[in-house]
Structures are given as C-alpha cells and as structure tokens.
Design a protein around this ligand. Structure first.
Ligand SMILES: [Zn+2]
Length: 285
C-alpha cells in the first residue's frame, strides 16, 4: 500500500515540478466546438469558453502557467478577457485550477465552485496530501458556493452543477444546452472519476478524504443515469479532442456529437476504479 501510494505521489510530484507532460503546456489553436462553445485550453488541458451577449463563462484554468495562453486563445477568437464574468471549475487539482487565480484577477470575474472543493481552491492544497508541495497551486477565492443541482446563468445560458465526488470531494460535472447548427444539444463536461493519486483505503494514513471509497460508486451510478450529446472532459485525451477537431469541416456532421461516449467513458472508469480499489484493499491488509 505504502509503496503504491509513494509511487503514485512521486509520479505526480515529478510531473508537476519537472516533467509535466509536454502536451499540458503546449499551446494549441482555439476553436468552436459548437455554436457559442469554444475550446481555449492548451493541447492537453481543457478550458472551455461559453459566450453570451451579457459576457462569458470560462470553465477551468489548467496550470498556473496556462492563464496567459488561455487569455491569448480567448483574444484570438475575437473575445475580450475582460468580458469573462463567471469562472467555473470541474475540480480543484493544480492542473485544472492552477490558472484560475490569475484569470480571475485579469478578467475581474467571479468564481463559483462547490462547497466541497472550496477549501482546496482557497488554500491551493490537495486535501489529504497537503505535504506534497508539487500539488500546490495559487489559491483563489470562491465567491459563490454551489451545491448539487445549483444553476449558474448568464446572458440566457444556464449551466447545472452535478456533484460527482471521488476524484475530488467536490468534483463537479457540468451540463448545459448548446446549439449545433439549428439543433439544441445537451453538453456534459465530465469532472473525471479516475483514482489517480487518491488513497481509497489506507491502514496508515486513512483515505484521501472521509467517504471517498463510497463516493465513487455513487458518482458512477449518477453519471450512468445522465445523458450527453456532446461529451467533454478536463483532458483532451479523455474525449478524443485531437481526432475530433481534425474531423470537423463544412458539410460534415459535428464529430463532437456522440450520445454514446459518456456511457463508454464511465463504464471504463468504473472498471478501473474496481481494480484500483481491490489493489489498495489488498495492500492495506
Ligand atoms: Zn484531477
């Protein structure tokens, strides 16, 4: 158990400090996924811009070093960073929350986030692994605290927050309608349900946070009952972003529309969770 955790932490720690996967910091061209929904992240770390006549909504801030590249992408699309009014987050990990503090300052936007991820956001720490400084990110104040089912609206766009805890205690999956051509589709930004560096069970240190091992199965059940025409995720590789963007083109069906993708991703993630739980339980004996 201990070896496994140290190994997992060491891997992520190294990743954060020295060997960040190159795709995480590699810039990529922003593009429209659908009507008023844009990808403005780096190659490997997502950030989504939803534009409205009353200002814009930006979801996720990637790494601390990603704030300026995200802002550059917003500008490239012809939008103003100062028009971003609302910042949202899928989950409070350094690779998705790291840029939020700077983006918030530069845009003058307010941040809405789940109650359960608030401490992580406001301390810039990974709860349960506070000693791993490689997980740290610039703290950012939460202006509006959200609970499951809460809605965030701006300029006629309404997003719904669905708490899918496990990956973090306040992991938030977002749903919102978006037009593809003349058809309104349901978009779902999945928070992630991977185990990653999380302790599900541990004899020596206890779980990453109380109740984590029970949260994952509940989140899988919840996600299985949800529908998504457009499946989005915090990492491009989790939703086949690279292949889909090259498959886009005039007269072609939008490749981001795939009502079967959510179920496939959740099933694969649940299988992986069960294997990791068994491994951690065995190691904790
Ligand atoms: Zn994460």
């Amino acid at each position: 158990m201990k070896a496994l955790i140290s190994l997992a932490l060491a891997a992520v720690a190294t990743t954060a400090s020295a060997q960040t996967p190159p795709s995480w910091t590699r810039a990529t061209e922003p593009f429209a996924i659908a009507d008023n929904l844009y990808y403005v992240g780096t190659e490997g770390l997502s950030a989504f811009l939803i534009t409205t006549p009353k200002g814009h909504i930006l979801i996720d801030g990637a790494l601390p070093s990603s704030a300026k590249p995200i802002e550059a992408n917003i500008a490239k699309l012809g939008f103003k960073v100062g028009d971003v009014k609302v910042l949202l987050n899928t989950h409070a990990h350094f690779d998705h929350s790291g840029g939020l503090a700077e983006l918030k300052r530069d845009a003058g936007a307010s941040l809405a986030a789940s109650a359960q991820d608030r401490v992580a956001l406001e301390t810039g720490k990974y709860p349960g692994s506070e000693e791993v400084t490689a997980f740290d990110f610039p703290p950012v104040k939460v202006d509006r605290v959200l609970k499951d089912g809460d809605k965030v609206g701006l300029g006629g766009v309404v997003l719904t927050a669905h708490l899918t805890p496990g990956h973090t205690a306040g992991c938030t999956t977002w749903t919102f309608p978006v037009k593809v051509g003349s058809v309104v589709r349901q978009a779902l930004l999945y928070c992630s349900t991977s185990v990653a560096a999380n302790r599900l069970v541990s004899k020596t240190r206890g779980p990453q946070y109380p109740g984590i091992a029970a949260d994952y199965p509940r989140s899988f059940a919840k996600l299985k009952a949800m529908k998504a025409d457009i499946f989005l995720a915090p990492h491009g590789e989790q939703f086949g972003m690279a292949a889909k963007r090259v498959a886009m083109g005039p007269g072609k069906a939008n490749p981001f529309v795939d009502p079967t993708e959510l179920a496939r991703v959740v099933a694969a993630s649940e299988t992986d969770f069960k294997a990791q739980l068994a491994r951690q339980q065995e190691a904790a004996k």
